[in-house]
Every structure is written in C-alpha cells, then in structure tokens.
Design a binder for this molecule. Structure first.
Ligand code: 5GP
Ligand code: ZN
Length: 114
C-alpha cells in the first residue's frame, strides 16, 4: 500500500466509497464526480501508479479488470453501450496515480474525446 494514495486508502477502508464489487485482487466503486449517469472505476488492490508500470506478470490482473468492467457495466444497465477509459500520465489526463479503468454509460458518447 502507498499510504499517500487515495485509492489505496479506499481499498484499506480508511476513506469511504460506494463499492460495487470487491475480491482479493480488485475493487470497483462509483466515481465521486460522475461524468455520466453510470460512472464507476475498476482498480487493482495492489498499488500500480500508471498503465506504464503494468508488466507481463500483470496480464491476468489486467484481464480480470477488463472483464469485471464488462460484467458490471451490463449489470448496471449499460447493455446499449458504454465506454472504458484508462488515462495515463499528465498528457493522458491522469489525476490519480493508482491505475483505474473508468466505465461510463447511459448517455451518448462522442468521438474524439476532448
Ligand atoms: P483520472 O483523471 O486519474 O483518470 O481519474 C480519477 C478519477 O477518480 C476521477 O474521475 C475522480 O472523480 C475520481 N476520484 C478522485 N478521488 C476520488 C475519491 O476519493 N473517491 C472516488 N469515489 N472517486 C475519486
Ligand atoms: Zn494506490
């Protein structure tokens, strides 16, 4: 755990979150500044700062995050479509340096993103 990391604090139960799903490897919770009617984050429980810090050893973990995002999106009513986003580093728009997959749904998305 990174004691300064806000998402590690959520995992540790030190700050509250609206948790949707949790197992020994990952957690999913609602974003506290939602950008769509459905907006949740799927994160690994181990602290990984950016997408660039994932390694070949994390392949199963990355797949677990992706398929959990898919399953929860469908469970939360996004069968008409949804978007997954992972922002990496400042130019990618990352603000929290504990990797997370955004899942956004139940509104029309546009391309390209801003
Ligand atoms: P990023 O910009 O790093 O891709 O996304 C970080 C996301 O985390 C943002 O959408 C932001 O609203 C969300 N976030 C930041 N702090 C908290 C928090 O304490 N609780 C929750 N639930 N979401 C947070
Ligand atoms: Zn962390």
């Amino acid at each position: 755990m990174d004691t300064k990391c806000i998402f590690c604090k959520i995992i540790n139960g030190d700050i509250p979150a609206k948790i949707i799903y949790e197992d020994d490897q990952i957690m999913a919770f609602h974003d506290n500044a939602p950008q769509a009617p459905v907006h949740f984050l799927v994160i690994p429980k181990k602290h990984v700062s950016t997408l660039n810090d994932l390694t070949e050893d994390d392949k199963a973990l990355a797949g677990h995050i992706l398929f959990t995002a898919q399953r929860l999106a469908l469970e939360l009513g996004c069968e008409e479509g949804f978007r997954v986003v992972m922002n990496c580093n400042p130019l990618g728009g990352q603000t929290v340096y504990h990797i997370h997959m955004h899942v956004l749904g139940q509104r029309q998305m546009h391309w390209p993103p801003g």
